[in-house]
Design a protein around this ligand. Structure first.
Ligand SMILES: [Mn+2]
Length: 325
């Protein structure tokens, strides 16, 4: 079977080789793939002897990435910007995803490395490496690394594995199409010294009991809608842990007979909507999110809309009933 990863464009590789330095940025409200993609790219560029700055708008709400927060800047330094570094945008499908971190560096030359299926091209031709089939952005970065001829150090391998592990739900979102390439890459990371045991613990340990109880409350709120095709669940504005939703989705998706789960997070004035659909449901929740100005993947996506949870709920009932016809 052919690889899911196409060749990297020479123009993108050239831009990296020629750059004296680079600013690496990912999306606001980051997850493990966003942060580890940034850190992997940073380690690769430092190996190449290039200066770097790494940016993220935050907030670092998820317990698995909190320990990296201190490494990131909110915006690039003026002196570095004046040296015309290359901007490397990772794990972002639209130019608004990096948030304020992007405002000062919009006009610099940039490349985009990503794995989202929806979104707009926001760089020039040949300057992106976007593989929607890839289970994580870190696996796309691994392809760029190989094309650049940079050896896999333990540090680089660790970050590449971290993003893969979190975005693949520790392997269970892999299909027969994506698994062969992904698991070959994972094996190479482990040969470079990565321990899956340790990464699993880092991803799943260290949460507060109150956050786990919040997760239980969100699960408790679940209601079947549209004849039981979907579960809607509701997260209070007071609940802060960014990883609550992972556990909520994992539990609720086990419900017999449903096609998917929608999680409404009240942000007081706006509502963040998260979508998950079962692998065999045939429901493309990336499309549902795109109808609301968001984006994502076939089985996992999100959007933020203004207004109340009540209105968001009504809007979603309309949209999803269209998907069921
Ligand atoms: Mn990702």
């Amino acid at each position: 079977m052919a690889s899911i990863f196409p060749q990297c464009d020479e123009r993108l590789l050239d831009a990296i080789q020629k750059a004296s330095g680079a600013i690496i940025v990912s999306h606001k409200n980051p997850d493990g793939d966003a942060i580890s993609s940034t850190l992997a790219m940073d380690a690769i560029l430092r190996t190449m002897g290039k200066r770097t700055e790494i940016l993220n708008d935050g907030p670092f709400l998820r317990s698995d990435i909190k320990r990296f927060e201190g490494l990131f800047r909110k915006e690039a330094s003026d002196s570095f910007i004046s040296s015309s570094p290359l901007v490397i945008v990772v794990d972002c499908s639209t130019p608004d995803r990096p948030g304020d971190a992007f405002s000062k560096i919009k006009d610099l030359e940039r490349i985009v490395i990503d794995h989202h299926s929806s979104g707009l091209p926001f760089t020039t031709e040949g300057m992106s490496y976007i593989v929607p089939q890839s289970p994580s952005t870190t696996l796309c970065i691994n392809e760029v690394r190989k094309a650049l001829g940079i050896a896999l150090t333990e540090e680089i391998a660790y970050f590449l594995y971290f993003g893969f592990a979190t975005d693949s739900g520790f392997y269970h979102f892999l299909s027969e199409k994506t698994a062969p390439d992904a698991l070959e890459a994972a094996a190479s990371f482990c040969r470079a010294g990565v321990s899956p045991y340790d990464v699993y613990d880092e991803l799943h340990d260290g949460r507060k009991l109150s956050d786990i109880k919040d997760m239980a409350a969100v699960i408790q709120s679940a209601e079947p809608v549209l004849g039981g095709a979907f579960l809607f669940a509701y997260q209070d504005a007071s609940m802060k842990d960014g990883k609550l939703s992972d556990g909520v989705y994992a539990s609720l998706l086990e419900t017999e007979g449903i096609k998917g789960v929608v999680l409404f997070k009240d942000k007081e004035g706006s509502v963040e909507i998260g979508f998950r659909s079962k692998h065999k449901s045939g429901i493309d929740v990336g499309k549902a999110a795109a109808m609301l100005g968001g984006g994502g993947h076939m089985h996992a996506s999100g959007a933020t809309i203004p207004g109340t949870v009540d209105n968001a709920r009504k809007r979603l009932l309309e949209i999803l009933s269209g998907f069921l016809q």
